[in-house]
Design a protein around this ligand. Structure first.
Ligand SMILES: Nc1ncnc2c1ncn2[C@@H]1O[C@H](COP(=O)(O)OP(=O)(O)OP(=O)(O)O)[C@@H](O)[C@H]1O
Length: 481
């Protein structure tokens, strides 16, 4: 039986989840098992107090549909799940309700399938299936960590968990499906594997909000890299893979800050006046988080992780700097010829360097991007941007100037080679940088308006030439009468 056949065979047999015939070395175009270029995560030890380790022995189906959180009125997937469970005899979602369509990827822990609900097949889902029997106890604890973290998330840039099923020796989680693959694959489709500053600003801003949310819950992510940033059908991101996270206590604070606003009022003699205003900011950063495990991906490891002396929230802000660097330059800043030399480069860093070729045109915004990277890739976590007050400080960096953070969900994603964006009919998309409509949208607007005006009466035309001719016509007509 060939690979695709075996998937369809699976799709038709509800409870048969024996994937033995599905190989991971497939060459099938539709399966996005991580390319050899993608970097695997590393785990050396786990001696911190991890999330609770409930037993994973249930051999019967334990269907568990999460009614809260993640319930959003505008999420059609929830409506489909609700419809399926309403008709279910026990009011729960079971594997028999799902139709597996194809394998979309496989990782360290399990395989991910594109699937739909049998009777409501307008909504796509991703089903991650983990065969617990094939995992070591360490990997099993990762599966539990991921399931627990997933069940506590409720954010547009993080996965929504629709159901968690324990069937025989399989753990299955049903979540959002991202048809646009991951940022690593997208990056490889770009010329020189680089994205424009505008595109990097958009993706980095969304990742920043996802990390801010995780940190506000005391979750340190520890595996930030383009491979773990999936792209939804609307071009917005979804951070995935929570098996290396660790959780700590947080004490959220409201802090007052004086913000100086320039040019808000104009003074007759002194020109623009500076106005001071008090702003209250919410800061929820797990500054006391502490772990000794060396986990993550080599090129993204922070120096304190490499040294093994213990680390906290700062590892995510370091990795955030590496991410912005890689998206802009197509490679990571400390990459060496081997994993060992990469680790040596990180441990001995005296600051990040940018290689600028002679005569290279520097894109607008690049200087701000480099300044932000330098502030994030600071070896001492106490001096690293973000470590004390989290995303609140990073959002204020000039690289993110102009971003209206609460509106980012409605921003139109950047035009990037290989990114197919499904436009939402109901949502008004605004430009992802300035928050205003794009020139193309503006042109459409004026064209429509102009057309409308032409219908209503020629003398009101918006086009200057047209105005002249309308006036002439109008005069001619009048003179005839
Ligand atoms: N929601 C999703 N939508 C689309 N594709 C997905 C989704 N989740 C995962 N994938 C794909 O499936 C692959 C494996 O998923 P995932 O990384 O979650 O598995 P894993 O076993 O936890 O991997 P890892 O080795 O990173 O721990 C990924 O490469 C990704 O491209």
């Amino acid at each position: 039986m060939d690979q695709l056949e075996s998937i369809y065979y699976l799709a038709d047999s509800d409870l048969d989840l024996s994937f033995t015939s599905v190989t991971t070395t497939t060459t099938d175009r539709t399966v996005s098992a991580r390319s050899s270029l993608a970097r695997s995560s590393l785990t050396l030890s786990f001696n911190e107090s991890r999330l609770s380790t409930a037993s994973t022995t249930p051999s019967t189906a334990v269907p568990n549909v999460h009614h809260r959180p993640h319930r959003r009125h505008d999420n059609p997937n929830w409506a489909a799940v609700k419809a399926a469970t309403t008709l279910s005899s026990d009011g729960a979602l079971h594997l028999r309700h799902l139709k597996l369509l194809r394998l979309v990827g496989s990782g360290n822990l399990g395989r991910v399938f594109l699937c739909r609900l049998r009777d409501y097949d307008h909504a796509n889902f991703a089903l991650k299936v983990v065969d617990r029997d094939s995992l070591t106890s360490k990997k099993l604890s990762h599966v539990q960590t991921e399931a627990q973290i997933l069940s506590s998330l409720d954010h547009p840039f993080l996965p929504t968990l629709y159901a968690h099923l324990e069937v025989s020796h399989y753990t299955c989680v049903l979540m959002d499906y991202c048809p646009n693959g991951d940022l690593h694959a997208l990056l490889r489709k770009q010329p020189s594997s680089r994205l424009s500053v505008q595109a990097v600003r958009f993706f980095a801003a969304e990742v920043l909000l996802a990390l801010e949310y995780l940190h506000a819950q005391g979750i340190v992510y520890r595996d930030l890299k383009p491979e773990n940033i999936l792209i939804r059908d609307d071009g917005h991101i979804m951070l995935s893979d929570f098996d290396l996270c660790f959780r700590s206590d947080i004490s959220p604070k409201l802090e007052n800050r004086t913000r100086i606003k320039v040019g808000t009022t104009r003074h007759a003699c002194f020109g623009d006046r500076q106005r001071e205003e008090q702003v209250t900011e919410f800061v929820a950063e797990p500054t006391t988080a502490f772990s000794r495990s060396c986990v993550g991906t080599h090129e993204y490891l922070a120096p304190e992780l490499v040294s093994g002396n213990g680390h906290g929230n700062g590892v995510d802000w370091w990795a955030f700097g590496v991410l912005i660097y890689e998206l802009l330059h197509g490679t990571t800043p400390f990459k060496g010829g081997s994993k060992e030399s990469t680790l040596r480069n990180i441990a001995s860093t005296k600051g990040v360097r940018f290689h600028v070729a002679e005569g290279e045109r520097v894109e607008p915004g690049m200087a701000d991007a480099r300044d932000l990277i330098e502030k994030l890739l600071v070896k001492d976590p106490r001096r690293r941007l973000g470590c004390a007050r989290g995303a609140t400080d990073i959002k204020r960096h000039p690289f993110f100037n102009g971003i209206k953070w609460p509106l980012i969900r409605t921003y139109r994603p950047p035009e990037v080679r290989g990114l197919a964006v499904k436009r939402s009919k109901s949502k008004a998309h605004v430009s992802h940088v300035t928050g205003v409509s794009s020139p193309r949208r503006r042109r459409c607007f004026w064209k429509k308006l102009s057309h409308l005006m032409r219908i209503k009466g020629s003398k009101y035309s918006l086009n200057s030439n047209y105005n002249y001719y309308s006036y002439v016509n109008y005069k001619r007509n009048r003179d005839c009468h």
